[in-house]
Design a protein around this ligand. Structure first.
Ligand code: NAD
Length: 508
């Protein structure tokens, strides 16, 4: 049994990557994938191309592995595999699919410690957060597994007794899915579990910067007994892979998680080929804190969620709109939370704030803070790179940020909170709805009349009042406006991978 680095008892835990390599004899069923990643295509782990890209440890900036880059011939093989896999997998009865997916969830849980080490070594988040991500992934698989036996159609009363009218749901077909590096397991598992539960096959382009945990995730599905050709994992040059797969006539559904800018490009391409799409894009979530709020609760919940995953979360609260009477108390409480984080490598058991996932994010944080200050914002805390190696950035608070500062309209995707003093409910709702982003919105108030007004007036795909209630497997997850369309949770998760077919039969 592989022990986590923290349990080794070493004063300075070995990097999990090295640790895994040293312990290779403990690693079952994965062959060479830890040393030289491979694609999973046509039912085997294989090399499909000659190029590779570097994988870095964000805590040190060191290259720790190479990720393979698939070529065009390899992509064509992946489509052939998904096409053949679809014809087999769609015929597997829903109850059998459910059993297979439950076994996959169990395998994922068994792999959680190893997956946590891999996520942390490539993405940076603290081990406890990485392990929680893996465990939550298993919950998502189980939810989709149980939903697939409830994917009911319906009978529609007819105007003539001899006619039977029904609406049935069928799997769309081979899916092309694209997932990012911020939650390597969570983003991928939502697409894998829902599409496979619905009876589709899938080609997943995993995140090239954080690939190894996704390799483990696919192996968990294979352990469960998924039809091997129905699941395909490739890595490559993102634009080349997406252009090939979205344009390919055999691919029937596109699902993308990432930035709004890229999402719009992919949606335009998918539109040209009349492909169904799910787009889970960026956010700039407002958090409205009213004078009558339970401030202790608001500060602790919002503080934890702002800095979770070092702020690289699409539903991270970003614009804190605090009513005048609550402002000073909220700011000092939030500042205390920001000050309390222990910055360090995710492998260190004491770390509560890991590095950013890549150097692009550090550059972006610096640029956004400098621009905001130049426009007149007050830098209340942080604002600098931390340490002299790796991609660390201090928890940062900006106040009185003018609307023309870039950070007031660009998603920071990092550990920066914008705290604004606001006069009243109307101005707070207006500011909350100002941006084209509309993923999540949060509010803290005890006024039930106001809660109803917020429910109706906040423009967001998800609204959570007095707690952080977004992201459970059983609840819809997705944005509106420039944050995308479609939903990745709840019963809606499977609907995204199903066609509705209306059948009308006149009895002979
Ligand atoms: P980016 O916009 O280049 O990439 C975002 C993601 O899209 C990555 O996973 C990347 O591999 C993928 N991608 C990029 N071009 C693609 C293409 N043509 N076809 C298919 N996939 C493509 O930028 P980045 O530096 O990786 O991330 C920056 C921004 O992306 C963040 O500021 C954030 O706004 C957004 N982002 C959002 C999420 C999310 O959960 N919604 C996750 C990661 C990144």
């Amino acid at each position: 049994m592989l022990r986590s680095p923290v349990e080794t008892g070493l004063d300075k835990p070995t990097r999990p990557w090295q640790y895994l390599l040293e312990q290779r004899s403990d690693i079952q069923n994965l062959g060479e994938v830890f040393v030289s990643f491979k694609h999973y295509v046509g039912g085997v782990w294989r090399e499909l191309g000659t190029e590779s890209s570097p994988v870095f440890d964000p805590a040190t900036g060191q290259e720790i592995a190479r990720c393979p880059v698939i070529d065009q011939a390899g992509l064509e093989l992946a489509v052939q595999s998904a096409t053949a896999g679809f014809e087999k997998w769609r015929r597997v009865p829903a109850f059998d699919r459910r059993a297979i997916l439950h076994r996959a969830a169990a395998s994922l849980r068994n792999r959680a410690d190893r997956i946590a080490a891999l996520i942390t070594s490539e993405q940076g988040k603290p081990l406890a957060q990485a392990r929680a991500e893996a465990m939550a992934g298993a919950d998502i698989i189980e939810w989709c597994a149980d939903e697939c036996v409830r994917a009911y159609g319906r009978e529609i009363p007819s105007r003539d007794q001899r006619i039977l009218q029904s609406s049935i749901r069928e799997p769309i077909g081979p899916v092309a899915a694209f997932t990012p590096w911020n939650f390597p397991i969570n983003q991928a598992v939502r697409k894998l579990a829902a599409s496979l539960a619905a009876g589709c096959s899938i080609i997943l382009k995993g995140p090239e910067e954080t690939p190894s945990s996704v390799v483990e995730l696919v192996q968990a599905f294979l352990d469960g007994g998924i039809e091997p050709e129905a699941i395909n994992l490739v890595f490559g040059v993102p634009a080349a892979v997406s252009t090939f797969l979205i344009s390919h006539p055999s691919v029937r559904k596109i699902s993308f998680t990432g930035s709004t800018a890229v999402g719009k490009e992919l949606a335009a391409l998918a539109g040209r080929h009349m492909k169904r799409m799910t787009m889970e894009l960026g956010g700039h979530s407002p958090a409205l804190v009213f004078d009558d709020a339970d401030l202790h609760s608001a500060v602790s919940i919002l503080g934890a969620n702002k800095f979770r995953n070092a702020g690289q979360t699409c539903v991270s609260p970003t614009r804190f709109l605090v009513q005048e009477q609550a402002y000073e108390q909220f700011l000092s409480g939030f500042d205390a939370i920001a000050a309390s984080f222990k910055i360090g490598a995710g492998t260190d058991a004491e770390t509560t704030l890991g590095p950013l996932a890549n150097s692009r994010r550090v550059d972006a944080m610096k640029m956004l803070v400098d621009d905001a200050v130049a426009q007149g914002a007050t830098l209340h805390r942080g604002g600098r790179r931390a340490g002299n190696a790796g991609y660390f950035f201090e928890p940062t608070i900006l106040t009185d940020v003018p609307l023309n500062a870039r950070i007031m309209s660009e998603e920071p995707f990092g550990p920066i909170a914008l705290i604004q003093k606001m006069p009243d409910e109307a101005s707070m709702i207006s500011e909350a709805n100002r941006l084209p982003y509309a993923l999540a919105a949060y509010a803290y108030t005890k006024d039930s009349g106001r809660i109803l007004r917020l429910r109706d007036q906040l423009e967001a795909g998800m609204v959570s009042v007095n707690h952080h209630g977004v992201g459970l497997p059983e609840t819809p997850f997705g944005g509106i406006k420039d944050s995308g369309y479609g939903s990745e949770g709840g019963s809606e998760a499977l609907e995204a991978y199903q066609n509705v077919k209306f059948v009308s039969v006149l009895a002979a």
